[in-house]
Design a protein around this ligand. Sequence first.
Ligand SMILES: [Zn+2]
Ligand SMILES: [Zn+2]
Ligand SMILES: [Zn+2]
Length: 418
Amino acid sequence: MTKRKPEDDVQAASTCKDRRINYIVIPDVPLLAKAKAALEKGCSYVKLCIESTKGSSLWLKPKEINVTFGPLTQKDDTLFLNKNRKLILVTKSLTTIEEVAKYVLSVPEANVRIIDSNIVSKYIVRDIDTDYSLEEIISDLKSQDILVSKVVRFKRKGSSDPIPIILIDEIGKTNRKDIKIGRMIFKVNKFIENPKVCFKCLRFGHTQLRCDKAKRCSNCGELHEDNCLNPTKCFRCGEAHHALDPKCKFYILEKKIINLVRDEDISFFEARKRVASQPSYASSVGATPSSSGGLSSAKSQFEELNSAILKLTDQVSALLPLFHQVENLREVNQQCIVRCAEIQGQLLNQVKENKQLKELTESQRSHIEFLQKQISLSDPSFQLHPVPSSELGLVSPPLVSFSEVGELSSTDFGSGID
Ligand SMILES: [Zn+2]
Ligand SMILES: [Zn+2]
Ligand SMILES: [Zn+2]
């Protein structure tokens, strides 16, 4: 087990500068046992962090990662590089964890560990004697098949005296109301986590150790170093409070989100969506005791929203006549399209008919020429009349007259043709 000073614990860093932590014990639970306990006790996946003694992963190129870890992992497993260029493997397969751990630990300078924050349930236990050592507590829990990844004992504010309150990080998503230590049953409460806040840029989700943004003043919210004489104003909500005031509605929302992520095992995206869909934004702030500032701000925001809605309603009603016009035009357009299609059909028929007529005219002309020749043979005084061609665009004679000529030619003069 590792005993260490709170200063070493980056993960436990919270907004409270005096973290009231006396000391922390981190038991050395083997990676595979930890993963097994997590998956057996309600965690839907385990995240492995593959890193090196230098920090970032030794495998950084996608192809290299696929070639190296493809054969060691399953179809559903996913890998990605995080902001610190560490390789994160998300899996629900113990075989994957075993294979990957075996391989990574065989490579010099490479290391693999489980990311605890995804797989633990945090419980606060009160009234536990301060002379009860944390190691004793851990081994006692282990004998009841409760695996612990970290235990923290708190101290009295401003002193080093321990108080009878501990925090237990149990591996697995459990929902305990009590816990047995020795022969005693203790009531437990789920630990409500505070958002991780950066003391440099004041944003949530990272610490100043990893911040690449500009320094923001926590008093006025402008971008400058501390020692500020400006009036106090929160850069998140605009209210007259310190940027990291736990009563700030954005702080409260962020707290809800991170606790949802931890308790429900969902993504930040999903948690944000859920929080946003609750009627909580105004009401959660309103329900917070002694947050009259927050309440009035929520009220003014509500009013702003209301007037925005009214404005939108006006704009929509101004658009309505235009919408009707567009509808009418659409109808007219539809009719035009139908009429055009009809006309096109008629034209096509006309073209077809014209073509047929042209053919008929041609054959009629050659018949007339033939007849004229026949007549001139039998009667030398007969004068030949040139027959106009259909190429000249003359209107073809009606079909009836042609058929009459046709009959004449085939019965009276048919034999003469040969
Ligand atoms: Zn930052
Ligand atoms: Zn300032
Ligand atoms: Zn605020």
